[in-house]
Structure formats: C-alpha cells, structure tokens
Design a protein around this ligand. Structure first.
Ligand code: CU
Length: 161
C-alpha cells in the first residue's frame, strides 16, 4: 500500500494530498463492495448445498413426476432426487421472458440424454435412469457473455436405487 509507505517515511502528519487520496480510495473500495453485493443479490444465484432436494412424486399410474422451471438464470428446483424405477417424467418449462433457454440433461460420462428448448408450455421428458448423478444445465450464451450455466443455470438430478 502506497500510503502506508508514505506514512512510514514521514512519521508525522499525513500530508493533505495523501489524506485526500486515502479518502478517494476508501470511496472507491466502498463502491466496489456495494457493486459486489449488488451482483450477489441480483445476478448469479447458483444452487447452494443448503438447498434441500425436491423429491419426485410417484403417481398412482406408476410414474414418478417432477416439474422444473427455468429462467434467467436458474432452474427451480435445482436439486432433485428420484428413484431408478418406476420411470421418471420431468415437466420442463420456462418463466416468461425474452431470453431463450434450454434444458440439457447429461449422464456422468457426458452423454446428452435430453436437449430441448424451453417454452412456457410445459414439455414432458420421460426417462428410465440407473442410479447415479445427472447434471442439467442451460448451455445458451449471448455472444461473448458467459453461458447461462456459468451464470447459475444448472442443477443436479440424483437417482437412487
Ligand atoms: Cu438459459
């Protein structure tokens, strides 16, 4: 830090110019801090480990079902638990908005099991998946911006025995 250096060299009063510079720097740091807070509140909201997983519900027809809504930039719920049987139906849809989103589900080995554009009208995807962890995300991106996945649009489907 430049100012600490100066203080050490001149152990008396801090020169007026340096004092002003310190104030300016504090103001800049404060501005940066509030900017970070702002982006935390408004921007990326990745699924936290604290979020409880949503459990797919088994219907009388012997199908497990769960609905996932995508938006900018999230999937809700972002953590899902289901069983390997009976079959699992995921109803995917999108919150209203102009930004196009997709739902991509991948196996642990990277195999793409589903890749559909999201619409406000729900679509039903049917799976019979062995136990394991499956990642879902939206790969869309606009020009040089980070992908929606990087902005928090991702989640995990855990299939239990
Ligand atoms: Cu997206």
């Amino acid at each position: 830090m430049v100012f600490d250096e100066r203080r050490r060299q001149h152990p008396g009063a801090v020169p007026g110019a340096a004092k002003e510079a310190v104030i300016a720097m504090k103001a800049r740091l404060l501005a940066r801090a509030s900017l970070i807070t702002f982006s935390v509140l408004v921007g990326n909201a990745p699924a936290t480990a604290a979020e409880p997983a949503a459990v797919a519900v088994s219907g009388a027809d012997g199908v497990q079902r769960i609905a996932i809504v995508g938006g900018s930039y999230f999937f809700r719920p972002a953590r899902i638990v289901a069983r390997s049987a009976p079959p699992l139906e995921i109803m995917v849809s999108m919150e209203s908005g102009l930004i196009p989103h997709r739902f991509v589900l991948e196996a642990a080995d990277g195999r793409v099991l589903a890749d559909v554009p999201l619409a406000e009208q729900p679509q039903t995807l049917r799976f019979e998946l062995p136990a394991g962890e499956y990642a879902f995300h939206c790969p869309n991106r606009l020009l040089f911006f980070s992908s929606h996945r990087e902005r928090g649009m991702s989640g995990v489907l855990r299939i239990e025995e």
